[in-house]
Design a protein around this ligand. Structure first.
Ligand SMILES: Cc1ncc(C[n+]2csc(CCOP(=O)(O)OP(=O)(O)O)c2C)c(N)n1
Length: 381
């Protein structure tokens, strides 16, 4: 079900005809890096264009192949339908505790995953179901964890924010805001020690970007040239607080400047822009140049968590983003308009995705709860 990860030697998107679209807006690297550095993340000539409503500039992007677009469509749709189902099951009382949905932000994880190779690592905060599915973790195991069942990734004892799969390169799921940034930096330190050429991705939000440990991590990562990409998912709100109320510097792509870490602002609603920027950042890290920051301009359609009355924004604001920038709809329209897929092709994918999600929900409803003796396992006594 996963989108194909980039193979070391070739990317089907590289060298393809560029398409007019939104693109990344690089922060001046010449100011941030010493002149001896290789120019891996040099601004693309195509990036000079008009400003979009989400703060990035319109420019040219490498096209995705039909297969890549279809795979991205399917994967984003799987995340969306999974999250919608989780929301319904929460409403029915089948899921308890915290539950933070990723609806609206799907292009970020799916595009980044397309830029990775096997063995690369992902770590994130509590809004993590999409990251797990993008890492090809089994939707049944994720949903069963949400319902607290035996077949869940943490045997039903962790819940929404606490899942893990070393096999799939997913290192959690963390409820402490910003903690994953230090941990992701640690993953990169381990990779540097092992000399294994792996890159780790540490995802965090605009709110987490104001945590002190983020900057301690930035300092060490650049000092030791650690292969870590810091992905700031700027969905404009930290719980109910908008970035303009909480942040002195709202351009998060610049947050690495005082540490000499380059950064780019990316249209996180366009899977092509994410993949394109992700590939540049991965290359930068893999070549031993140290960390890279990607600020993804994105948006969450649902509340912060299931209990959010969302009084801090208007319904019109949500509907405007959904109507104009929806990441899944963008791919759908592109496939139809370029006649690379028919409505029937896409309906088939929709049906496949619904079947996977329904199976996951059924499993998560019928799988038994953990035995009470499990209370004494997997804990330090
Ligand atoms: C150290 C710490 N402080 C506060 C909280 C409470 N808290 C949970 S989520 C959150 C907001 C974080 O927002 P952001 O980083 O923008 O991520 P988003 O929810 O938008 O994905 C806060 C303050 C926490 N879990 N941990």
């Amino acid at each position: 079900m996963a989108v194909a990860k980039k193979k070391p030697a070739a990317s089907a998107a590289r060298g393809s005809a560029p398409q007019k679209s939104s693109a990344t807006k690089p922060v001046s690297k010449s100011a941030a890096k010493p002149p001896s550095k290789p120019a891996a993340a040099k601004p693309a000539a195509a990036n000079s264009g008009s400003a979009k409503s989400n703060g990035v500039t319109a420019g040219l992007l490498p096209a995705l192949s039909r297969e890549q677009e279809l795979a991205a469509y399917k994967q984003m749709l799987l995340i969306r339908r999974f999250e919608e189902k989780a929301g319904q099951m929460y409403g029915m009382g089948l899921i308890g505790g915290f539950c933070h949905l990723y609806i609206g932000q799907e292009a970020v994880v799916v595009g980044m995953q397309m830029a990775l190779e096997d063995g690369d690592q992902v770590i994130t905060g509590y809004r993590d179901h999409g990251h797990m599915i993008a890492c090809d973790m089994d939707p049944k195991g994720v949903m069963a964890e949400l319902t607290g069942r035996r077949g869940g990734y943490s045997k039903g004892k962790g819940g929404s924010m606490h899942m893990f799969s070393v096999e799939k390169g997913f290192y959690g799921g963390h409820g402490i805001v910003g903690a994953q940034v230090s941990l992701g930096t640690g993953l990169a330190l381990a990779n540097r020690y092992r000399g294994n050429d792996r890159v780790s991705l540490a995802y965090f939000g605009d709110g987490a970007a104001n945590q002190g440990q983020v900057y301690e991590s930035f300092n060490m990562a650049e000092l030791w040239k650690l292969p870590v990409i810091y992905i700031i998912e700027n969905n404009r709100y930290a719980m109910g607080t908008s970035v303009t109320r909480s942040s002195a510097q709202t351009d998060f792509s610049k947050r690495g400047i005082s540490f000499n870490i380059p950064g780019e602002k990316v249209d996180g609603m366009d899977v092509r822009a994410v993949k394109d920027a992700g590939e540049r950042a991965v290359k930068w890290c893999r070549e031993g140049n140290g960390p890279f920051i990607l600020e993804m301009m994105t948006y969450r359609y649902r509340g912060h968590s299931m209990s959010d009355p969302a009084k801090y924004r208007t319904r019109e604001e949500v509907e405007k983003v959904r109507g104009e920038q929806d990441p899944i709809e963008q791919v759908r329209l592109r496939l139809i308009e370029t006649k690379r897929a028919t409505e029937d092709d896409l309906k088939k994918i929709d049906a496949q995705v619904r079947a996977v999600v329904n199976d996951a929900a059924e499993f998560a409803t019928n799988d038994p709860e953990p035995d009470p003796s499990e209370l004494w396992t997997d804990v330090v006594r």
